[in-house]
Design a protein around this ligand. Structure first.
Ligand code: WT7
Length: 574
């Protein structure tokens, strides 16, 4: 199975080459009323517009976890998000203010996120597994004034150390409301109960006004705040149509958490801009729960990640056989290389070609994809979205011929590209070091048919279980542990997770290696940063390889790990 041909069918993307020739983003714009009025609000377009178009009774959200099962129509979502918007207004949220949301995946998260967008705020979703330091650095950098959280997660917010934070909205029991910190505590449920839904709370903004701030990791420095604007909706909408192939009757499930960009661009914006029923499953991963979700809600389009597919693959085949998965018509993947093996598994067991998609937090929406209408080459990420120019270039910005490896770069100007790195112009400019091109940080090549093939990251960023982790953040935390003198962190290839985090650590005087110490260090990272940042392996070394300027050479650590030659060591000390 070197090339998987499409089944016959009706696709939103009729013919890739034709679309690529004639498509322009202005064509999408003209479908929305704001192209005439000049006034826009993504939350209105995603929810209220469908009510105005007579689709109010259609189910927008199907939510379930082990305790709750709820459905919300577009009308109900409009009503709830209006109330949330009124609540934010009441607590002085103004256009451009940063509203952070730190809570588990529940309907309240979705309602607050869209409610905040309705009042023109810039939302900052935080993954629920984040611990104190991860939460602090993001709230500090963004200067968020208000946060929505739960009583359970509240202890992880160092509120006393965050001068800009004024208001804390608690989704949970009222008696747990804290006082005495000089901050305002608000009970979400009582507030929502006493608020009326009013369409006039919507703040009409400009296409270039801020929408969302997603923090992501680089190889150096603190997490960066990737800033997106309302204009991104053009691409959310159009790629959800072409690539997810969403249609009126689809039941769509994106498994990502809104703490990551997939969980907002395609867990909220893309499907709802297309007026499609969106399934959200709360709680943790389990093969049974996942298959049950597909069966029970008749999921037809399913967007997930290689790690999840590999975990399903590793589970007993009997589990899958218990469920009727025949509602599925389209399966997609993002986040890491989609191994041909996984594509083969999908083809043999789900009877579907898994469609890979490539993009980044910074790009806001899909850029290189496989389409239902096109053949798939397993192992390839596919071809650029119509309206997007991608290329493999060298350091000088020259395009390279087929099969030559180089920078995967995108011609600047697609609608959903980030508009800035929050308060860090220098970092933003680094992406445009080659004039005219956004340089992704990935190495790839293109074949003679124009398909792109991922080869690796050319920085030290680690993709583990589909999540992007910066080694620097973990190293900085490791050296805060009293036993740790120095630390270097790398990604070690792993069959299920893509990579796992491995730390090399040297100890301070007076400390000795032991299993207990290793576990203590792991617990320390889990407590301070988050579970997904914990090094699964820690190797103790007397000394770590460093440059003469004192920088730990992760490249050498990687070579040690993989038993490969370490390359040029001329800058190494000693
Ligand atoms: C990095 C971006 C966009 C949501 C998920 C990740 C890697 C992403 C693929 C793919 C191989 C991929 C790249 C990229 N990546 N998709 N289909 N094949 N690698 O977003 O956390 O911003 O990470 O994820 O290395 O640069 P992110």
């Amino acid at each position: 199975m070197s090339i998987l041909q499409p089944k016959l069918g009706n696709y939103n993307l009729e013919n890739y080459d034709v679309m690529k020739e004639r498509f322009h983003w202005d064509d999408v714009k003209s479908q929305f009323s704001w192209s005439k009025t000049g006034k826009v609000n993504l939350a209105y377009e995603a929810i209220d517009r469908h009510v105005a178009n007579g689709k109010g009774e259609k189910v927008a959200l199907i939510y379930s976890d082990s305790l709750r099962e709820e459905m919300y129509t577009f009308s109900e979502m409009k009503h709830e998000t209006n109330k949330a918007a009124a609540m934010f207004k009441k607590y002085n949220v103004a256009k451009g203010d940063r509203v952070f949301i730190f809570m588990p995946r529940t309907p309240e998260l979705y309602i607050c996120l869209l409610g905040a967008i309705k009042v023109g705020a810039v939302v900052g979703p935080l993954f629920e597994a984040f611990m104190k330091e991860a939460v602090r650095s993001r709230l500090e950098d963004s200067e968020a004034t208000i946060i929505v959280t739960t009583p359970e997660l509240l202890p992880r917010i160092p509120i006393a150390e965050l001068p800009h934070l004024q208001t804390i909205i608690l989704v949970g029991e009222e008696e747990k409301l804290s006082t005495g910190s000089g901050k305002k505590f608000v009970s979400y449920y009582s507030e929502m109960e006493s608020t009326v839904s009013d369409d006039n709370t919507i703040e009409w903004v400009d296409l270039e006004d801020g929408l969302i701030l997603h923090y992501t990791s680089g190889s150096t420095g603190k997490p960066k705040g990737v800033y997106h604007v309302h204009n991104a909706m053009l691409q959310h909408y159009q790629t959800a149509k072409w690539v997810l192939d969403l249609k009126e009757d689809d039941i769509y499930w994106c498994t990502a958490d809104p703490g990551w960009v997939t969980g907002t661009s395609y867990g909220i914006f893309g499907p709802w801009l297309n007026g499609v029923t969106n399934v959200v499953r709360g709680g943790r991963f389990s093969p049974d729960d996942w298959y049950k979700t597909i069966e029970k809600y008749q999921v037809s389009v399913w967007y997930s990640a290689p790690t999840a597919f590999r975990m399903l693959m590793a589970a007993a085949p009997e589990i899958m056989k218990k469920y009727d998965l025949s509602s599925i018509r389209h399966v997609l993947s993002v986040g890491e290389p989609l191994n041909p093996e996984v594509v083969r598994w999908g083809f043999e067991t789900l009877h579907h070609r898994i469609h890979d998609t490539w993009w980044m937090t910074e790009t806001g929406a899909m850029l290189i994809c496989n389409y239902l209408s096109e053949p798939i080459k397993p192992g390839s990420m596919g071809k650029p979205v119509p309206g997007v120019e991608a290329a493999i270039i060298n350091d000088k910005g020259e395009k390279l011929p087929p099969y030559e490896m180089g920078h995967l770069a995108i011609k600047a100007g697609w609608p959903s590209m980030m508009r800035k790195i929050w308060k860090n112009e220098l970092k933003y400019n680094e992406y445009y070091s080659i004039p005219g091109w956004y340089v992704s940080g990935d190495t790839a090549y293109q074949d003679e048919d124009g398909y792109f093939w991922f080869q690796g990251r050319n920085d030290d960023v680690i993709m583990t279980s589909g999540e992007r982790v910066g080694p620097f953040e973990i190293e900085s935390k490791l050296v805060e542990h009293p036993a740790v003198a120095e630390a270097g962190v790398i990604g070690k290839p792993d069959e299920i997770r893509g990579h796992i985090i491995k730390a090399f650590v040297s100890l301070r005087e007076g400390y000795e290696y032991s299993d207990e110490l290793k576990q203590e260090i792991q617990a320390f990272i889990k407590k301070e940063l988050s579970a997904h940042a914990v090094p699964r392996e820690i190797e103790f070394k007397d000394k770590l390889p460093k440059t003469r300027s004192g920088k730990i050479m992760r490249r050498v650590l990687k070579a040690w790990e993989l038993n490969e030659p370490a390359g040029d060591l001329s800058t190494m000390e000693d």
